[in-house]
Design a protein around this ligand. Structure first.
Ligand code: C2E
Ligand code: CA
Ligand code: CA
Length: 546
């Protein structure tokens, strides 16, 4: 019977359940035992099946913990107890002791005699000295470092867009990037520096007596190396720096100041390093207040949110034929929140789903009114990529369009953010469904890092919005490159029957140049900034630009 149990298929299933859980079963009469493959590998055991298990395992246990272990396990094997439960340290293949929580129980045979002993060991990663993946020191070790005496520098490094790297290439590839990066840090840092891995893609270099300049130098070297790594695609890192004791003399203060600096560095674009200062701290407080206000408003019927509308003109007639809905947020405490800033907060927290649904409904509500009063003005609204992941975005849009009785021809969806290859299938599917019903799909910010030819190739579009950067560049520096880019994009769109909108038309000069190139629609401060609905209606009634 016990042989059967040792060879049970369930064992295989559980053995592969997690990489920080190790399982075993033991025939108590013959003392033959079986260990999951990850246990054999991680603890360097001689084989999956072993006899004389007790002694072999005992050799792995930390000498200080052996008596505790023996006491507990002998109670099981002598029949005094049918449960095993204790925490101890065992030596892994690197020669380090790791903390384990070990739980097991006895299965009796048909006569009620102890027959099989089965158990699992969980690695208590949060109190181990070394990180199992990279073999660097852990956060637990950092917490035990004494920052109250001496001085030095800490640098927190984060891999740029690590989530995307992971999502696009899979988790095993992600782990490979982390391991290679850890190795590179080890090679480039000074011998007296200590290197830690925190959670995920965050790493710390602690340099006792180090200087800012030296850390910056290390940062530069690390980035140069990451741009040319063997075995993985090129990537970059950003970093925050603090000095102790100036910026804090306990670990938690230093860590939170580091996080705030890194957060700021990441927002500045990739490959940046930012030193902590009072300004960073104020900025962090401002952003957390903003986020708090946003959340409060979402739970209070979206009070404080408002849609503004910016006219879009037919390039030939200068008639307002369309408008873009743009979200604003204002409360008595928060007067000047930038949409770029609060949209990013909402996207990161996932709250953009709720706010986006509200934006959609508001846009439809106005579209319905303008359809009745002015015979139809197209209304576009922005959707973030996370909203589309929800799956029921399309159903909701169709349902609300019916409810407000809007002609789908009058509704346009603008997509800005990037997505990876697998996702474009899903996007195409959703968008094709909408296009069949008459909705228009626009690609926003064409030419920026996010929206480009890849997306154009994979997803059918009706409209392409040429990014302001190119449009404004036309006169700012009389840039022939921008001119050539816009001309070829417009030409390409003509061939593909895709309409074009130029954003950022700020001057008559730009307008004239754009018109010559043959862009279909114009949007920009030359005509109007985004304004509240009532003001927009006044412009429409007065035929402001014809
Ligand atoms: P976007 O979709 O590219 O919107 C165009 C932005 O350009 C708007 O900024 C608009 O005010 C600004 N703009 C228009 N004409 C000109 C011009 O001639 N010169 C200059 N310098 N700027 C011009 P805004 O309103 O600050 O919105 C910023 C971004 O926030 C939007 O960029 C969009 O990505 C995002 N956003 C706004 N509302 C929503 C929304 O409801 N949902 C989502 N997901 N994103 C939104
Ligand atoms: Ca837009
Ligand atoms: Ca845009």
């Amino acid at each position: 019977m016990s042989k059967n149990i040792l060879q049970n298929e369930l064992f295989e299933a559980f053995a592969n359940a997690s990489d920080n859980i190790y399982i075993y079963v033991c025939d108590m009469k013959s003392s033959l035992s079986r260990w999951s493959k990850n246990t054999v590998d991680y603890f360097n055991l001689e084989a999956e099946y072993m006899t004389d298990t007790a002694n072999k395992w005992m050799a792995k246990i930390h000498p200080d913990d052996r008596s505790l272990y023996v006491k507990d396990i002998s109670a099981v094997f002598s029949g005094q107890s049918n449960r095993h439960s204790c925490q101890y340290r065992a030596k892994n293949k690197y020669g380090d002791y790791v903390w384990l929580e070990c739980k097991g129980s006895v299965i009796p045979d048909e006569n009620g005699q102890p027959s099989v002993f089965a158990g699992l060991m969980t690695r208590l990663d949060n109190q181990n000295k070394y990180d199992p993946l990279t073999h660097l020191l852990t956060n637990y070790e950092l917490q035990n470092y004494d920052f109250s005496s001496g001085n030095g520098i800490l640098m927190l490094l984060g891999i740029d867009s690590f989530r995307k790297i992971n999502n696009t290439n899979g988790y095993i590839y992600g782990n490979k990037v982390l391991s290679i990066f850890a190795e590179c840090l080890g090679e480039l840092a000074d011998k007296q520096d200590k290197i830690y891995r925190l959670q995920g893609d965050e790493f710390i270099v602690l340099s006792p007596n180090g200087t800012n300049d030296k850390m910056r130098e290390l940062f530069q070297k690390v980035n140069d190396r990451c741009a040319n790594m063997r075995g993985v695609k090129s990537f970059s890192v950003s970093a925050g720096i603090v000095s102790y004791p100036q910026d804090g003399s306990d670990c938690n203060t230093l860590l939170s100041n580091l996080e705030h600096s890194l957060e700021f560095a990441k927002e500045q674009n990739r490959n940046r390093i930012i030193e902590f200062s009072e300004k960073i701290s104020q900025r962090h407080n401002r952003i957390s207040n903003l986020h708090e206000a946003l959340t409060k408003s979402i739970h209070n019927n979206f009070k404080g949110f408002e849609l503004y509308f910016q006219p879009i003109l037919d390039a030939k007639t200068k008639q307002i034929v369309e408008c873009e809905s743009l979200l604003r947020f204002k409360t008595p405490e928060i007067q000047d929140a930038s949409p770029f800033e609060f949209i990013k907060l909402l996207e990161n927290s996932g709250e953009i789903r709720e706010v986006g649904a509200w934006v959609m409904e508001e846009a439809l509500r106005h579209a319905a009114r303008w359809q009745k009063e002015y015979g139809g003005i197209k209304v576009s609204f922005n959707v973030s990529y996370v909203q589309l992941l929800d799956g029921d975005f399309v159903d909701k849009l169709i349902e609300k369009t019916n409810e407000y009785q809007v002609n789908p021809n009058l509704i346009m969806v603008e997509l800005t953010e990037s997505c990876n290859a697998e996702d474009t299938d899903m996007l195409s599917h959703h968008f094709d469904r909408l296009r069949t019903l008459g909705y228009k799909i626009a690609m926003d910010d064409f030419g920026t890092e996010y929206a480009s030819f890849g997306l154009l190739h994979d997803v059918n579009m009706d409209v392409l919005k040429i990014d302001q950067k190119f449009v404004r560049g036309l006169v700012q520096n009389r840039n022939m490159t921008d001119m050539a880019i816009i001309e070829s994009v417009v030409d390409m769109c003509r061939r593909l029957s895709i309409q074009t909108i130029a954003e950022g038309v700020e001057t008559v000069e730009i307008q004239d140049m754009i018109e010559k190139i043959g862009v279909s629609y114009l949007q920009g401060y030359l005509y109007s900034k985004p304004v509240p609905a009532a003001e927009f209606e006044t412009m429409v009634r007065q035929k402001a630009f014809e």
